[in-house]
Every structure is written in C-alpha cells, then in structure tokens.
Design a protein around this ligand. Structure first.
Ligand code: RNT
Ligand code: ZN
Length: 414
C-alpha cells in the first residue's frame, strides 16, 4: 500500500520520502503539565488559579517527578520521531532544596537536563507566574505594587538564565516563554497604566542579552481568562507590537483568540515582521478550555500555513492543553500524534500544482485540487512513518495505553 501511495503522490508531484524526512526532523515540544493537571512539585496540593482550570478527576495522575518521567517515557514510546520537553518552573527538582521563585537556578533543573540528555530531548522552559500567593490578586508583571512586580521580574530573569543554561548544556536553544495571567474581571479605568507597567517589566527582564544559540525569548498573548473576562493586559496587540519592536518570538496559543478567529491566517503576516513564532497548539471548545488536540480543521489550517510559508525552521511547535477527564497518557499521545498527522497531511499536499493553478488565475482547478488532496492516502504514509519509527499503529494505541493504566496508573491511588 505504501509503494502504491508513493506512486499516487508522485503523479501529483509530491515526494513522499522528503515529506517523511521533514516530519521526522520537526520536533514537537511536549508540555509536561498535562501529566499532573498543572500541579508541579513546588508545593504538594498547590491550587491552580489565575484563570486556568483543569476539569476532570481521572485516576492515576503523576504525583512525583519520578512518576511524571515514567509517564513521559511511555508517551515518547508511543509517538514517532524525536521531540522536546516543555517544562514549567514549578516542575523543578526541589527534593533537597526548596527556594522561592525569584531564587531558582539551573541546579533545580539539573536532573531534568541529565534525564533529557540521555533521551536526546531538547528542553523548553516557562516562568510560572501563577499558583503563588503573590499572583493571587490577579496581577504579576503589571502589578501596581512595585515590590510584587519586582518579585515576578526577578523570577522571569532567573528563568531566562535557567533557559540559557539548559540550552547551553544540551546544545539546543531553549525557548523560554513568558505568559502572565494579569487582567480584570470587570470594567477597567486605566488600561494604559497596566500595559505601560508590563512593557517596563519586560524591558527589565530582557535587559541582559542572551546568546540565541542557548535561549530564545517568547511572549504569549491571550484574549481573556476566567476572572479576567473584560481586560487582559498581555493582549494580542500588546505582545505583537512588543515582539515587532523588540524582535522577540511571539507565542500564539490556539485557545487564545475569538472562537471563530483563524490563528492560521496570522502566520503569514507574522513571519514577515518577527524572527520566530512559538505555537501552543491547543483546542478551545466554546472557550479557552484546553481540550486535547485532534486532527481538526484548525490544527490542519495551522500546519498547512507553516508549510506554505516555508516557515518550519522559524516556528517552534508546542502543545498546550490539560484534560483530566481521560487517561493523561492518552491525552498527551493523541495530541502529539494529531499535530504530527496534520503536519504530514500538509507536507503531502500537491502544493506546486495548487500554487500553479493559483498563479494562472485558475481558481476552479485550485479548489478542485484542494478537494482532491483530501482524498489522498496520507493514512498509509502515516502508518509507514509509525512503522519506521517503531511505534504502535493507530489501532494498537488504546490497548497499549490500557495496559499501562492497568500495570502502573491504577496503582497510584493516594
Ligand atoms: C495560559 C497559557 C499558558 C499556560 C501554560 C501552563 O492561558 O496558555 O501557556 O497554559 O503556561
Ligand atoms: Zn499557552
């Protein structure tokens, strides 16, 4: 079937082997926080706030670093290719040394560095500006109180240093992404003051230049959160303008826009003006609900644009969702594989033919080709990719995951 599929694609001018090579060379950053419902290991029983909410109580979540690592290993054995791990600051190794967030250093992530080095995984990183008493009133980097603001500035500075140290240790740049929850539930009198403070805080955080071979700074925008429905300081326009002015990487989260707004359409504009993008591939259902990524039109649209813009080398793909209502290993695995499948379908599109039709003004043929492309046997190519990378086929996943649930997760009841 694979050989036949290859021929079919070749007739449309598509080189399947080169699509597979590109897919294999495109890492996806696996977000560690799906494994324990964004709890982290700084404070056992920490409560999630700041507009973030994880719903569900499926048994078996990771309760320690060891369990989280065990689960991530399982996921990596089910996902083809070589990927990256996306860590939040609250996932440090605090077994022997628990410090405040503005005193964190790379030592707290040394065991992650070793763990990832053994597995040839790069690491991405995030300051954690939530789940902390100093974030409880809803503001961090834009806080009116300069003492609280400085605390979070120092935390982000430490995180950049940690990101750079990790990137240097692993020989692969760490994307260090800043997201803050700051915003208002209701009518806000002086939005400008909050945004001006955020701008100044970011300027301080980024004041020390870091080698881009070790650390790449990213900033993540948002439309609204629970409890910040009316006003979000770090809106899309704010960070877009900041990223253009300061040439930072902009992080687009698929759940952070109006439900009918196309994130895919933003990509071709952004790559013209900023050096890099970070994607938080997610799935909002009615709101920024962070459902597990699936192979839907939204995910496909995003990947298609990355390929059409030839932007894969400048766009870092990560996932961001947290679903506690299903098996967490399955949530991670299905999301990773869905993102890869969307990318593969995009790589296999008969782009030259479609573009030629467009250039000739033949929009009839262009539409027909887009439709034809949907019927091409990409599933056969995906199966071959899984085979070559020695991971289960689609139909084998659930059984493998249920086995793990039986033998490992079900023993974790508190
Ligand atoms: C929140 C942002 C942010 C978080 C993670 C945990 O709306 O999407 O990326 O989900 O940092
Ligand atoms: Zn996000």
């Amino acid at each position: 079937m694979f050989e036949r599929a290859k021929t079919l694609y070749a007739e449309l001018g598509v080189d399947v082997e080169s699509a597979l090579a590109t897919l294999a060379a495109t890492p996806i950053s696996l977000h560690c926080w799906q494994g324990d419902d964004v709890g982290g290991f700084e404070n056992p029983g920490a409560t999630l706030g700041s507009g973030l909410a994880v719903t569900g109580n499926y048994p078996g979540k990771a309760r320690s670093l060891d369990e989280l690592r065990q689960d991530i290993d399982k996921v990596l054995s089910l996902v083809p290719g070589r990927h990256r791990l996306n860590l939040h600051a609250i996932y440090g190794d605090f077994t022997s040394d628990r410090v405040e967030r503005d005193e964190l250093s790379v030592e707290h992530f040394q065991s992650w560095i070793e763990w990832c080095r053994e597995r040839s995984l790069g690491i991405d990183f995030n300051p954690t500006c939530f789940s902390h008493p100093k974030a409880d009133d809803g503001f961090t980097l834009s806080h009116p109180d300069s003492g609280i603001r400085s605390f979070w500035i120092r935390h982000c500075q430490r995180c950049r240093e940690i990101g750079a140290a990790i990137g240097a240790a692993l020989g692969s740049p760490t994307i260090t992404n800043i997201w803050i929850p700051d915003g208002m539930k209701d009518l806000t009198a002086d939005r400008l003051a909050f945004r001006r403070r955020l701008e100044h805080s970011l300027d301080e955080i980024f004041h020390v230049p870091l080698d881009p071979a070790h650390c790449i700074d990213a900033i993540e925008s948002k439309l609204f959160g629970i409890g910040s429905e009316t006003f979000v300081v770090g809106s899309h326009e704010f960070y877009l303008a900041y990223a253009v002015k300061n040439q930072k990487a902009l992080c687009l989260d698929a759940g952070h826009f109006h439900p009918t707004e196309s994130m895919a359409d933003k990509i071709s504009s952004l790559v013209l003006f900023i050096p890099r993008l970070l994607l938080h591939v997610s799935r909002g259902v009615r709101w920024d609900s962070d459902h597990v990524v699936i192979l839907d039109d939204q995910t496909l649209g995003i990947m298609r644009e990355l390929v059409a813009c030839k932007a894969l080398s400048r766009v870092h793909i990560g996932l961001d969702f947290f679903d506690a209502s299903i098996n967490r290993i399955a949530a991670w695995t299905l999301g990773m594989r869905a993102a890869q499948k969307a990318l593969l379908i995009s790589l296999l599109e008969p782009r030259d033919k479609i573009s030629a039709a467009e250039a000739a003004g033949d929009y009839t043929a262009r539409l027909a080709l887009f439709e034809q492309a949907k019927c091409l046997p990409w599933g056969v190519v995906w199966a071959e990719f899984c085979l070559r990378h020695n991971v289960p086929q689609e139909g084998e996943l659930i059984e493998t995951i249920k086995d793990y649930e039986q033998s490992v997760l079900s023993k974790r009841r508190a």
